[in-house]
Write a protein that binds this ligand. Structure first.
Ligand SMILES: Cc1cc2nc3c(=O)[nH]c(=O)nc-3n(C[C@H](O)[C@H](O)[C@H](O)COP(=O)(O)OP(=O)(O)OC[C@H]3O[C@@H](n4cnc5c(N)ncnc54)[C@H](O)[C@@H]3O)c2cc1C
Length: 449
């Protein structure tokens, strides 16, 4: 393939936007990019858990502005069928978009699995959760269970809702409320390793939150929640994470649950030049950071296919999570697979920028956009299509400046100030550069700490 022609990205969420940014960052050839999405705004879901507590608002970013800035043509519509024989994407309104390469990133479908429970699937459910908090404060409810369905991989929002609720109750001196988390996991957030589970167990226990692991809710009748373990919990309300189902995209092979089958390069099994990324794929962990990594892998494969001299990476998932605890965030990081999980747990950022969805391009791009104070319009941004790279450059400069100032303060004998510069670097990078751990120990001694 000599001339890059058309790349089609279907979806308007995390994986689609990450793919768009990655392609623009990597492809000097600037192919025509079609972006197909039914939604006009990109919704940043993770902060939806904090919104009912007044700690954040769910940010919306206009897809038209993003497409405009990144040089893509937005089609407001839905993918109906991938016609791989004709190499075109067929939309619900009959539009046919020919492609040389395509990324399908249409996410998963959220399903109700527990009748009578209050679903919490993101931004659309914050109003009902806010209402529940008000009822708690008025004393109308006093027993709440937070439940994840069997087979859920990403349970983080469940713990966040429970911990933030407990913090709210403590702040308002409300007692006598029973909060219970019910999870099919063997240990809380087990995929982040034993340390993360131990820390989280401690957090839950400190706030008086009951935990039922290895269990899932089966039925809810007259305030009685029956669990798969045979136990029952008396409740006034159950907050339930959604069950995710695959998108069953016509023309793409899928597993029995409708998730698109992909290989190590995120190429759809058996289909040349069609890739898939995100919650809609058969990879079992449905998480924004993973969706972004898949989008990057797919984008690299496409860039190589379109003629760039690059050895495309294979998908090697790395999990990153920022857990909102109501006191300060806890950062978690772990590889996936390979036997017993070990991971990192820290109260300072383990990646940069420390966004909830750790996307290589998406994180810096959205952080940049938010810093500029424009959650809905990207028009006022500096005209730089390489904004993610620019932000990384700023980060590098900030780190180097902090190191220079730390060394200068230490030379002047102001060890306390030098140490505070090291704290800044830790916040930026999560770790200190080589040699500075020893320097810190020396400076702490000299500062009398
Ligand atoms: C409350 C909550 C908290 C979360 N917290 C975190 C967190 O802290 N960290 C983290 O990493 N992840 C978190 N996640 C998970 C994360 O949001 C998802 O894993 C991520 O959004 C998946 O990205 P995606 O692109 O696959 O799907 P989505 O972001 O869901 O996007 C799918 C897109 O496809 C579009 N679409 C659907 N059908 C079609 C079609 N036929 N044609 C074209 N477009 C279509 C949709 O409109 C949507 O724009 C959280 C999720 C929720 C709900």
């Amino acid at each position: 393939m000599n001339t890059p022609a058309r790349v089609t990205i279907c979806g308007g969420g995390v994986a689609a936007v990450e793919a768009l940014l990655a392609l623009r960052e990597m492809l000097a050839l600037r192919p025509h990019i079609d972006l197909v999405a039914p939604n006009r705004s990109f919704v940043y879901q993770p902060m939806a858990v904090a919104e009912p507590f007044g700690l954040a608002t769910t940010q919306l970013f206009g897809l038209a502005e993003m497409a405009d800035e990144l040089g893509a043509e937005l089609h407001v519509g839905s993918l109906e069928l991938v016609d791989s024989n004709e190499r075109c994407m067929v939309l619900a309104d009959g539009t046919r978009l020919p492609y040389d390469a395509a990324i399908v990133a249409v996410g998963a479908r959220r399903c109700v699995w527990l009748q009578g429970a209050m679903p919490f699937g993101g931004a659309e459910d914050t109003a009902t959760f806010t209402d529940l908090l008000e009822r708690l404060e008025r004393g109308e409810v006093s027993r709440i269970a937070f439940a994840a369905p069997q087979g859920t991989s990403w349970t983080l929002p469940l713990y966040e809702l429970a911990l933030l609720t407990a913090s709210r109750l403590a702040e308002r001196h409300i007692t006598g409320v029973a909060l219970t988390v019910i999870t099919p996991e063997a240990d809380p957030l087990a995929m982040f390793g034993a340390t993360a589970s131990r820390v989280l167990r401690g957090e839950l226990s400190d706030r008086g939150i009951h935990l039922r692991v290895g269990a899932s809710a089966q039925t809810l009748t007259s305030g009685r929640l029956e669990l798969s373990s045979g136990e029952a919990v008396e409740v006034d309300e159950v907050v339930a994470l959604p069950l995710l189902e695959g998108p069953r995209v016509q023309g793409l092979p899928c597993d029995p649950d409708g998730f698109t089958l992909i290989d190590d390069h995120c190429m759809v099994t058996g289909l040349e030049d069609v890739y898939a990324a995100g919650d809609g794929t058969s990879f079992p962990i449905k998480q924004g950071g993973i969706a972004s990594q898949q989008a990057d892998v797919a984008a690299e494969a496409i860039v190589a296919r379109l003629g760039a001299s690059l050895k495309p990476s294979v998908f090697q998932p790395l999990l990153r999570a920022m857990l909102l605890t109501g006191i300060g965030p806890t950062y978690l990081r772990a590889g996936v697979g390979g036997g017993a999980q070990t991971g990192d747990v820290a109260t300072n950022a383990l990646w940069w920028p420390p966004t909830k969805i750790a996307g290589r391009y998406l994180g810096p791009y959205l952080a940049h956009t938010s810093l500029l104070g424009s959650g809905t319009s990207l028009k006022d941004r500096p005209p730089s299509p390489r904004a993610p790279g620019a932000l990384q450059e700023n980060h590098r400069e900030a780190r180097e400046l902090a190191l220079v100032l730390a060394d200068a303060d230490a030379r002047d004998g102001d060890y306390r100030s030098a140490l505070s510069w090291l704290e800044v670097i830790e916040r930026l990078d999560g770790v200190l550069p080589a040699g500075y751990v020893e320097k810190r120990e020396t400076w702490e001694t000299l500062a009398g700490k």
